[in-house]
Design a protein. Sequence first.
Lengths: 317, 317
Amino acid sequence: MSGTVPTRETIEAAHKLVAPFIHRTPVMTSQFFNRLCGAELFFKCENFQKIGAFKARGGLNAILSLPADKLVNGVATHSSGNHAQAIAFAASRVGAKAYIVMPENSPLVKIRAVEEYGAEITFCVNTPEARQEAVDQIVAHTGATFIHPFNNYEVIAGQATAAKELIEDTKDTLDLIIAPVGGGGLISGTALSASYFSHGTRVYAAEPEGAADAILSFKSDKIEKAPYVKTIADGLLTYLGDKTFPIIKEYVTDVLLVSDEEIIAAMRFLWERMKIVVEPSGAVPLAAIIRNKEDFKGKKIGVILTGGNAHLGKLPF
Amino acid sequence: MSGTVPTRETIEAAHKLVAPFIHRTPVMTSQFFNRLCGAELFFKCENFQKIGAFKARGGLNAILSLPADKLVNGVATHSSGNHAQAIAFAASRVGAKAYIVMPENSPLVKIRAVEEYGAEITFCVNTPEARQEAVDQIVAHTGATFIHPFNNYEVIAGQATAAKELIEDTKDTLDLIIAPVGGGGLISGTALSASYFSHGTRVYAAEPEGAADAILSFKSDKIEKAPYVKTIADGLLTYLGDKTFPIIKEYVTDVLLVSDEEIIAAMRFLWERMKIVVEPSGAVPLAAIIRNKEDFKGKKIGVILTGGNAHLGKLPF
């Protein structure tokens, strides 16, 4: 694994590596949202990506970057969310073994999705310590490579390819791009791509009030935890890593907060008006634009819709 | 209004007329559904169409085909569904007045959608007689032109443009196209387009068991009503018209039935796997393919996803 922040060349190489395995997802527009926000919005539909989320990109790049003598021992991670599917999916593409540690109370639909890709699941109790211990044991026994969901430069370079495509497909006309921030893999990759492949496109991070660690970290200049964690945007609960934080600090313009009510309203708007399924975390950037629309008036805005793995049996509306 | 079945030239002219006002909706594919059905499926996403349904096409063509001295008096229709929005939308595009009769118990979201386009709504009690009487009165008082939701050759020619695009965008490689049948506007237009613009693409109609009038009509060779009407596919409740039935009889290969359970399962599959919002009526063709997949093995199948105006507060799952 590389030990340095992805360069322009690294991200271009990552894009070549992952492109055969992923969708070049469409960029959609909506006159309704343009009118509502008084701006021009360009939605990068990563909800249509393989596994239903952008994380397929990072997982693929991390696995495809491994040398053959490492790959033969497989890969391992812990996740109950999209990263688990991303690693299981990516490993299946190259015929590698994937070991996924999942909390024993994970939703059945997520377990099934990981199983479908032929990954080996180990269940554990749902604490960070138990998860890490289970992965450490697997790595010790099998020689598998642990792939962190965001604090990993190959993962960051993979996620960066979404913004690279968005910039290309909008012909580098965007004033800004906005993406959600959880651990920071996507937003740091997005910020790097804007820096390398656009002329002056600014990058904003959007985060739920109920997981407001990035804004604290951004202001205090060190990695902070959220004062409390309670939000429907269950993909954004984690705090930043020592690889993602410095990139965010250097390249991101600002961090914007939104409430769960605003997330749910934006999510419902997307479903009703654009007829697309977006998960709560994926609606966070649109919610931030709607909340701050006076500041963004007249701008051309790229919006990364990160995923569509919503639980249809448990909708908030 | 023309009194003859749309010709190849009529449909080409309709396409030119409506194209500036509508989306050329994307054709999506899904490896999941290809595997599930053992066939190659091409989904024409009319859920992304203006007003969220293909009916924008027919409404536009009917209104744009009116001579100026008719248009000046406006247009009128009765509908609680997508046709109401289609007429309100199409009239607003050309600055014409739209009079829409809606049952007084219509969902607020549908009423709002019609109002947003500036149409004048008249409420009536929810019987076919009361609706028709209300429209007749409006037509008598205003000189507005009544636009039937399906039994109208301009509407049929407009709906035909969806299949024309689908055939063009799949380079005329489809073995068959399948679309739902209610009053028959879409399926008759689809069948005409397949006949004019493809080389041997067959057309199948799909219909709910709880509104099984088309299959009866198809077999008995006269317009029949359904033995009972009870289905979640609320866009398909009506029976065929004297303009749509002869076209269906001549150009459609077969009518396939599906149960409400199958419709709901197909709809949920579309939402979960393709991340798109499709209304119950729009999931009927996919349900028919899944039910009859042994018959369609190895085929290239065009599937018209007719609309995405699902009621999020009242989902069947």
